[in-house]
Design a protein around this ligand. Structure first.
Ligand SMILES: [Zn+2]
Length: 83
């Protein structure tokens, strides 16, 4: 088979997660995201963190994740990707 899952996709995955967890992602993209998650441990850890964050955020307010929070999660993911 070709190349493995490209790591540069991770940032795209992060951008799609909100819609994915919301169930509003189109099936084809959702499947791509799932496939990526199967081969990407950092992203799985990210999803778990993300879910926990959403839960925490909901506790405060029922709104979308602020861009600022997204950035922090993104940094978290990049940190994990370094090693
Ligand atoms: Zn990934």
């Amino acid at each position: 088979m070709g190349k493995g899952p490209s790591q540069c996709r991770c940032q795209e995955i992060v951008g799609l997660l909100a819609d994915y967890l919301d169930g509003s992602l189109d099936p084809a993209t959702a499947r791509r995201l799932q496939v990526h998650l199967e081969g990407c441990t950092p992203c799985v850890a990210f999803v778990n963190t993300y879910k926990g964050t959403v839960k925490a955020a909901r506790h405060l307010k029922e709104t979308d994740i602020p861009a600022e929070l997204k950035d922090r999660l993104l940094s978290f993911l990049r940190e994990r990707n370094v090693r």
